[in-house]
Design a protein around this ligand. Structure first.
Ligand code: UT7
Length: 383
């Protein structure tokens, strides 16, 4: 490769974490007699083929959230279906949830807009400073246009790009990873990420296996580029198993009901859930997801400062705490007060934790979610 016969090249350090590619190149170019230094340099560059280190850090500049005004307690649900507060609390950890009141103008769009408005205020930014709005939701008020576009209009975000992302309860974490990587690549400087669902519009309130779980709610985060390269996502995982969709879905019309399903218990327009199957999937997936993310980052469970997890069922969260020995103050919950808010769950909790001053600079925070699809996603940050 252009070296003179017999010339010995000094051994270059093996590229790896913490190794400066510029230093390696310098060491290689300092090689004694070569026939052509420029040929040698080119060869060295080819041999190294190092990935360009990221030059842009990403920070969570602000958070916000919004809940509807109407409180629906377990006692309220017990007036509709055969259940009681004790059963619901024991099996899910939920005491009450919030549901939109359309007579007060509460809707998916309103929740999304308010949560992003608050996140922008927290970041001390104007909506016009956003380059993009991603709204994670599967319960849009309108099929067209996207909720993100409606929010961009409501907040006067100028010509910021806007789209919705649908991964059910995993939507926010999927969107967070997407937004992070778009900023990291240098194409965007500021992105508003929203997670919101108004699952109450999909719930059959005569189905006690489903109606006890869900509530409405939204949260948002504003991500910004920063020169501090230590900030941003350290490891992320996004997956789906599309073959398991019949475990949790909403058939718009009767023909969408899959073969073999009990048609007498299915209602088009209403959420169908195989609670036991989803529970089993959730317990194992949650734990695998946390472990895989830790492995990817080369960290132990104890080195993560906070786990912000999808509030699906208290028993699923407790199983994860037990498995990894995570103390309660590192895996906080709000399911008792808000129920399962699907895509709203993770950002809603994030905002609550942030406003309590529990997120400090430099902390490692892991976001974890799973949901219909089936989908699952994690995002481990140094904030
Ligand atoms: O975020 C999206 C993903 N979704 C989830 O994470 C949901 C995962 N699944 C779950 O959280 C749980 O499966 C449920 C909370 C939905 C149900 O709890 P479970 O412990 O799996 O109950 P089960 O379906 O095994 O039912 C146990 C018993 C049954 O009675 P029998 O057959 O033992 O006599 C049910 O009929 O409890 C009965 N039951 C209820 N009783 C009072 C089911 N729902 C209720 C109810 N109130 N609401």
């Amino acid at each position: 490769m252009g070296e003179s016969a017999g010339a010995k090249r000094p051994k270059a350090a093996k590229p790896g974490p913490g190794v400066d590619p510029v230093a390696i190149l310098s060491a290689m170019t300092a090689t004694p007699p070569v026939s052509s230094s420029s040929t040698h340099l080119a060869a060295a560059r080819r041999t190294l083929a190092l990935p360009t280190p990221p030059k842009i850090g990403v920070r969570i500049a602000g958070t916000g959230s919004q809940l509807p005004s109407r409180v629906v307690s377990n006692a309220d649900i017990a007036t509709i279906v055969d259940t009681n507060d004790e059963w619901i609390h024991q099996r899910t950890g939920i005491r009450e949830r919030r549901v939109c009141d359309p007579t007060k103008g509460e809707s998916n769009r309103w929740l999304c807009a308010e949560s992003l408005r608050k996140a922008l205020a927290d970041a001390k930014m104007q909506a016009t400073e956003l380059d993009l709005i991603i709204c994670g939701t599967i319960t849009q008020d309108m099929r067209c246009p996207s909720t993100a576009c409606l929010v961009a209009g409501d907040l006067k975000a100028g010509t910021a790009a806007a789209w919705d992302l649908g991964a059910a309860c995993s939507s926010f974490v999927y969107a967070l990873n997407t937004a992070h990587d778009l900023i990291r690549m240098g194409n965007y400087r500021a992105i508003g990420v929203i997670g919101c669902d108004t699952v109450s519009v999909l719930v059959d309130y005569t189905n006690r296996g489903v109606c006890i779980l869900f509530g409405d709610g939204a949260g948002a985060a504003v991500l910004r580029a920063t020169d501090d390269q230590t900030k941003g996502c350290i490891a992320q995982i996004n997956h789906a198993d599309g073959s398991s969709w019949p475990d949790l879905y909403m058939p718009g019309e009767d023909w969408m009901i899959p073969e073999g399903a009990d048609r007498s218990t299915h209602k088009s327009g209403c959420l169908q859930m195989n609670g036991k199957a989803v529970f089993k999937f959730a317990v194992s997936t949650f734990q695998e997801l946390i472990q895989q993310t830790l492995d990817k980052a080369g960290l132990s469970a104890g080195e993560v400062d906070l786990y912000v997890c999808h509030q699906s069922n208290m028993r699923i969260l407790e199983a994860a705490r037990d498995k990894f020995g995570i103390p309660e103050h590192k895996l906080l919950t709000n399911i008792e007060r808000v129920g399962n808010t699907s895509a709203g769950s993770v950002p809603l909790l994030l905002d609550e934790i942030a406003r309590q001053g529990k997120i400090k600079e430099g902390m490692k925070v892991m976001f974890v979610a799973f949901g219909a699809g089936l989908t699952w996603s994690s995002s481990l940050w140094q904030v």
